[in-house]
Write a protein that binds this ligand. Structure first.
Ligand code: DAH
Length: 342
């Protein structure tokens, strides 16, 4: 076979191989096969040795022309392949911009937390410090140190969930008073917000879990007047001037004397409405002077120190504030209610 024929042969083979190429890897394999060191063209150039010197320039030129032709076919094929491959990649990465997106809506502060935060701010502004205690509480702190010994009839009003004989779900935030007095020396000025529990059947005004904010001040010469002044300041800070407190005598084993405190009904400003059941007052807290017996039980000398304490019921305040008529709604996590507090 003469060289011209060999060249034609290679050109035809290369062309048909190029036609069948699918991707750049295959193309590279072909390039090596035809143009590489041990490829067909290199073999051809080696065969030049057997060509007579007169023929060499002509044959050489022929081979070079053929080589250049193939080279440009390779370049062209490479360009086509890269276009196709790019198109393919783009098709794979297609984004449907009309597809509905997964939205994450910003949540809001629960109405109870709002009221709790506001009241906290009011008392911290008066120099109170926030102290928290456990919800699963020792009977010792929840009852005994607060002058509610075992079998004391006042325990009946605070029936709760027992974890064992000594641990209960706390029935009020008052045990944090005992914990704090045992740990610190006066002056003590604290508030203790949190969840509390009672074995109550749930209805529109009862829930087995609810919220309180305890307050405790112990120092020298603390009087009932300080208690009144503090609670009046609280009422005004929260609801504005014109809202006043009303003290009614009451009983709590841990305070002596004790009082229940009402605030002017904020809905009707004292005129009487559905919210306050026509009385013009809303009952919001229990309070009193810390029983000297409790001070002693908690390691504080009642002949030197006196104190006052209060326990605010947060749920009722919250319901009144936001016009919520059923306490259960505060605990159900119903988005129809909660989304109004974004
Ligand atoms: N712990 C009482 C309750 O849950 C409320 C209370 C009354 C707290 C008088 C006090 C207080 O600190 O002095 O019913």
């Amino acid at each position: 076979m003469d060289i011209r024929e060999l060249v034609e042969n290679i050109l035809t083979k290369a062309e048909s191989a190029l036609q069948g190429v699918h991707d750049s890897q295959e193309l590279e394999n072909l390039r090596v096969r035809f143009m590489g060191k041990s490829g067909d063209f290199t073999a051809l150039l080696r065969a030049m040795g057997s060509v007579s010197p007169e023929e060499r320039p002509r044959v050489g030129q022929m081979i070079n022309t053929a080589r250049a032709a193939i080279q440009s076919r390779f370049i062209e094929t490479a360009r086509q392949l890269s276009l196709i491959e790019r198109e393919h990649a783009l098709a794979l990465e297609t984004l449907d911009v009309t597809e509905p997106r997964h939205t994450r809506t910003l949540g809001g502060v629960h109405p109870i937390t709002r009221v709790l935060n506001e009241i906290t701010e009011c008392f911290t502004g008066m120099g109170f410090e926030v102290v928290e205690g456990p919800e699963a509480e020792l009977d010792l702190y929840n009852f005994e140190l607060l002058n509610l010994p075992r079998n004391h009839p006042a325990r009946d009003a605070q029936d709760t969930f027992y974890i064992d004989d000594n641990i209960v779900l706390r029935t009020h935030t008052s045990p944090v008073q005992a914990r704090t007095m045992l740990q610190r020396k006066p002056p003590i000025r604290i508030i203790c917000p949190g969840r509390v529990y009672r074995a109550d059947e749930a209805d529109a005004s009862h829930s087995p879990v609810f919220h309180q904010m305890e307050g405790l001040v112990v120092d020298e010469d603390v009087s009932m007047a300080d208690l009144r002044g503090t609670l009046d300041a609280f009422a005004r800070a929260l609801y504005g001037d014109g809202v006043v407190t009303r003290f009614r005598p009451s009983f709590f084993p841990f305070t002596e004397p004790s009082a229940e405190v009402d605030l002017t009904c904020v809905t009707c400003r004292g005129k009487g409405c559905r919210v306050c059941k026509g009385t013009g007052w809303i009952e919001v807290l229990g309070c009193g002077m810390v029983n000297p017996k409790v001070l002693s039980l908690c390691g504080i000398d009642p002949s030197v120190y006196s104190g006052f304490a209060f326990g605010i019921g947060l749920d009722r305040l919250c319901m009144q504030r936001f016009g919520i008529h059923d306490v259960r709604q505060l605990f159900e996590g119903d988005m129809r209610l909660l989304s109004q507090f974004r």
